[in-house]
Design a protein around this ligand. Structure first.
Ligand SMILES: [Zn+2]
Length: 474
């Protein structure tokens, strides 16, 4: 009997995302924790000087509510901020302002995963333990708005958890509320994992932290499921604890026993008024709806209807620059349904590699010129070899591709008289190869086609050329 099959893993995710507000959560300091010298964006409020008072950031609340509308969450009319008490060098007040009993959002759904809640809190400062003697603390990050999302424990495998995290990153970026770069800690995933033989009852859960890539999320969940099952099979017990992820050795390790909510002595922050979001015009549902961009799930459907493959769709959606470029080409009147697939095809392959690997910037590629090139290709005015050659030039040239191609005689020739003239020349020049072909050497035909193509500088319609050549050799 396969013991693995008798256990059901259950996974819930907690994700923190740094919001891209102009200023910090409770003070006017610039929200820029990653790009400047340490401790340059600080003030008495975020350094917790006595007598200072926090003022909630309206833009941060608006971003959370916009997210809520995108995932169909329920917006609380009554919400409050609480103090989560603990002592650590990166938390100058010795408490973090967070939300406990009354978060802004509850419920909702993303990629088929039910959400429990979404709340707003402040980030901690950043400790650095590897810069010389002792530890250093950078307070640029102290007080940066953090959105925390908690899912229901409804995920049962690593892949689903990874896909959820990817979709969340895409949504945060689409909404423009977080850059959600995991390597930079702008999006941090924690996974609560348990296994149980009894589908009615959860096993003891273990929380795994420090997951800073999608690969780590999936690998850590797989490791932890296997570790817990093995432990239970050997007669051991899973202890409720927080574990870290060791990326180099692909394993989780004990960090500390898990605190419970009681340990934090949560209580409502007396310095911040309670918030009824329905009383603020900026938070009204219709105002948020006006700011709502087209969401990934809607774009997927739209692109599918345009005939794009699912691989093309995911590449376009996850490259915001390509996505907006694609939109600007598709809205051109000449972009018919025939040519749109070709546009997607070239954008997700040739254009993408040109802009990623070179100094070429997508904004330098005039959408009308790019579309013209695709139309020339679909109408057979040029072949794909010439299209690929002309494409990088379009980033630099002021002329359109039709002007470029005709000036250089690169337009595909389907005119049989013109092609026949070239073939006659080739046949008289390549006497030996022609004789070999007539003697039955098939490969010689390919050589002759190549020679003729060369003479036309690659402009001849290959099908027409081949047919005429075979005729002429008879
Ligand atoms: Zn400040």
């Amino acid at each position: 009997m396969n013991v693995i099959m008798t256990y059901v893993p259950t996974i819930g995710l907690e994700v923190h995302a740094e919001l891209k507000t102009k200023s910090k959560m409770f003070c006017g300091c610039k929200n820029d924790p990653h790009n400047t010298a340490p401790n340059t964006h600080t003030c008495p409020v975020c350094l917790a000087h006595p007598g200072t008072l926090p003022v909630p950031n309206e833009q941060a609340i608006e971003m959370v509510l916009l997210f809520g509308q995108a995932v169909s969450a329920t917006v609380a009319t009554y919400s409050e901020f609480d103090r989560k008490n603990y002592f650590y060098p990166d938390i100058p007040k010795a408490y973090q302002i967070s939300q406990y009993a009354f978060p802004f959002l509850s419920g909702g759904n993303l990629k088929g995963v039910a959400l429990t809640r979404v709340h707003l809190e402040e980030d901690t400062a950043r400790s650095q333990h590897d810069k010389g003697e002792g530890s250093l603390v950078d307070f640029n990050r102290a007080g940066v708005p953090l959105m925390e999302l908690v899912t229901e424990p409804v995920i049962h495998d690593a892949k689903t958890a990874g896909d959820f995290a990817r979709e969340l990153q895409l949504l945060l970026r689409t909404l423009g509320i977080s850059d959600a770069n995991m390597e930079r800690g702008e999006m941090r995933v924690e996974a609560n994992i348990s296994v149980s033989k009894n589908p009615e009852q959860f096993g003891t859960k273990v929380e795994v932290k420090n997951l800073n890539s999608f690969r780590s999320v999936e690998a850590a969940i797989e490791f932890e499921i296997a570790r817990q099952i093995e432990l239970l099979e050997q007669g051991g017990v899973v202890s409720q604890e927080t574990r870290g992820w060791d990326e180099n050795n692909n394993r989780t390790f004990t960090q500390r026993s898990k605190e419970t909510a009681k340990d934090y002595r949560y209580f409502p922050d007396p310095d911040i008024p309670k918030i009824d979001t329905s009383k603020h015009e900026a938070f009204a549902a219709h105002r948020l709806a006006e700011k709502m961009p087209k969401l990934p799930e809607n774009k997927r459907l739209e692109y599918k209807n345009l005939g794009l493959t699912s691989e093309q769709i995911e590449v376009i959606l996850n490259q915001s620059e390509i996505d907006s470029y694609f939109a600007s080409v598709v809205q051109l009147p000449l972009c018919t349904s025939d040519v749109v697939r070709l546009v997607a095809n070239y954008l997700t392959s040739d254009v993408l590699s040109l802009t990623q690997g070179n100094d070429l910037k997508l904004e330098a590629l005039n959408p009308a010129h790019f579309l013209e090139l695709m139309i020339m290709l679909s109408e057979g005015k040029i072949n794909s070899r010439i299209a690929k050659d002309l494409l990088p030039e379009l980033f630099i040239a002021t002329d359109g591709p039709l002007a470029l191609a005709s000036a250089r005689g690169l337009l595909q020739v389907s005119d049989t008289a013109a092609i026949q003239k070239i073939i006659d020349e080739i046949i008289s020049e390549q006497v030996t190869v022609v004789a070999e072909y007539k003697a039955g050497k098939e490969a010689s035909l390919q050589y002759l086609i190549g020679q003729a193509m060369k003479k036309t500088m690659g402009t001849a319609n290959p099908a027409v050329l081949k047919e005429l050549l075979i005729q002429s050799l008879k």
